[in-house]
Design a protein around this ligand. Sequence first.
Ligand code: UDP
Length: 254
Amino acid sequence: MHRYHRVVVKMSGGAFAGNNDWGFDRDAIDTLAGEIIALADAGIQVAVMVGGGNIFRGRIADQWGIDRVEADFIGMTATVLNSLMLRGALKAQDPGREVRVMSAVPMAAFAEPFIRLRAIKHLGKGYVVIFAAGTGQPLVTTDYPAVQRAIEIDAEAILAAKQGTEGVYTADPNAATGARLYASIAYDDAISRRLKIMDQSAFLLARDHDIPIHVFNSNRPRAMLDICEGKPVGTFIGPNTVTTLRDPVGAAGC
Ligand code: UDP
């Protein structure tokens, strides 16, 4: 018995790069594909909002002297690359698997357009749906679009995969000694504490529509299945919850 039946996985581009800062890591991508297949095989309907940070993020526009909106277009195409890479990896592992890439920006040769009811229909048939190009609008990352699509397709939760971090910490665990992992965070605390794990706009939209967000380590095997089975993995941000810390002993392994 699963607590969720339809989820949006927010997969940051970093998860495609493995331990590298940039680009693609074949083993990491194969592992991600395997985790998504395991989730779908458990009967959970899976849509994936794919990021592009392993290639380009719009917010570095200033450093590059590029117009911000142009930079966001570049970022969006990075998410398309990752989406096609993920579809390729899913099909390589399981050629019979039905996978649909739905792009917010027309890409007729590679991807379907995002049409809400069609996405829901695909999911109902057990197809894996990959959302490319966020919502097709500049000035946001893929965080807000992940929440928006979750609302649009009636998903019950967002599973936010982060590379190399177990969840949300009280401080940067690599910089601060004594940083503690949150078990749960109330939306308003995520907003008032300006937690950087997702954009504030994404928290606000999730709060207004009561969409729970689970932040977990993309390197952790079975993390998404465990979350859907109700096990305490990573950090839960959601409705009707108070902000709590994990036991420091358990923090390293959960
Ligand atoms: N982006 C955008 N509109 C969207 C989604 C993404 O402009 O609806 C651009 C934005 O520049 C963003 C980039 O695509 O920085 C890559 O996405 P993101 O930063 O979310 O990647 P992640 O950090 O998740 O790897």
